[in-house]
Design a binder for this molecule. Structure first.
Ligand code: OAD
Length: 236
């Protein structure tokens, strides 16, 4: 039983947006839309072939225009609005479907497709168009430094201190649609579990690399299961 003023931390992964039509990462062939991960999601890959990396993220950014939040995103926004205790939503997703559904207490720990950053001056911009190696920074005027505001392998995720603080006082940790193989996010369940009395729920289509760390498993699609869970939490 979760107390009505409990502190909730939610972690979402690619499975959250799958029913909206955003592809998940780990296909059976280990490729992301035909590319090796290290070619399109590492600083080394970007240095080697910036145009390939820009094309990859330009396509994914443009694809956001064709998708909408699903009932799971809407349910999480409702939970945030109506919950009386503390609430934090941490997403590994770089799409903007949580905010479009109305979520506000939200951390994009792996960055955002609809933002771009200048490596020369660190300015971050809202960005909906394409990027390429000739894009000029609107802040410092340099050409060649603009990149997607995405955390690549070997880079440090955003806002880790805030996330760690919230996990350490969580009464409920809800882990949704993530395969649990990419750290540090894959270690969040273990941190939450160290708090006495914290209840851990995993929601996924299948069991994952971290399933055994959870007290409760909800097996099923988020657009179906999450509205039901939110209803139960708010009714308690
Ligand atoms: P993955 O693609 O590794 O895993 C997606 C998970 O969602 C799998 O466990 C699926 O079983 C589950 N799933 C798929 N559809 C679902 C649905 N409708 N309902 C419930 N579950 C569903 O994606 P992530 O775990 O998010 O990092 O990947 C983590 C990180 O790896 C990403 O943020 C990305 C990537 O490298 C960076 O870009 C830095």
């Amino acid at each position: 039983m979760i107390k009505p003023n409990a502190s909730i931390v939610v972690l979402t992964g690619a499975g959250m947006s799958a029913e909206s039509g955003v592809p998940t990462f780990r296909g059976v062939d280990g490729l992301w839309e035909g590319h090796r991960i290290e070619d399109v999601a590492s600083p080394e890959g970007f240095a080697r072939d910036p145009e390939l990396v820009h094309r990859f993220y330009n396509l994914r950014r443009a694809a956001l225009n064709t998708v909408e939040p699903n009932a799971g995103h809407v349910a999480l926004a409702r939970l945030e609005r109506e919950w009386r205790g503390r609430f934090l939503l941490v997403t590994q997703n770089v799409d903007d479907l949580h905010e479009r559904a109305g979520s506000e207490k939200l951390i994009h720990m792996h960055g955002e497709l609809r933002k771009a950053r200048c490596e020369c001056c660190d300015a971050v911009f809202a960005w909906t168009k394409d990027l390429d190696s000739g894009t000029r920074c609107r802040a410092c005027g340099e050409i060649g430094g603009m990149r997607p505001h995405i955390v690549w392998f070997g880079e440090f995720p955003f806002e880790m201190e805030t996330i760690m603080g919230a996990l350490k006082r969580a009464d409920l940790f809800l882990c949704i649609g993530t395969s649990g193989v990419v750290y540090p996010a894959a270690g969040f369940a273990q941190i939450a579990a160290e708090r006495p009395g914290c209840h851990l729920i995993e929601m996924n289509l299948e069991s994952t690399a971290i399933s055994r760390q959870f007290d409760e498993h909800i097996i099923g699609p988020v657009a179906v299961e999450l509205p039901k869970l939110v209803e139960q939490l708010l009714a308690a």
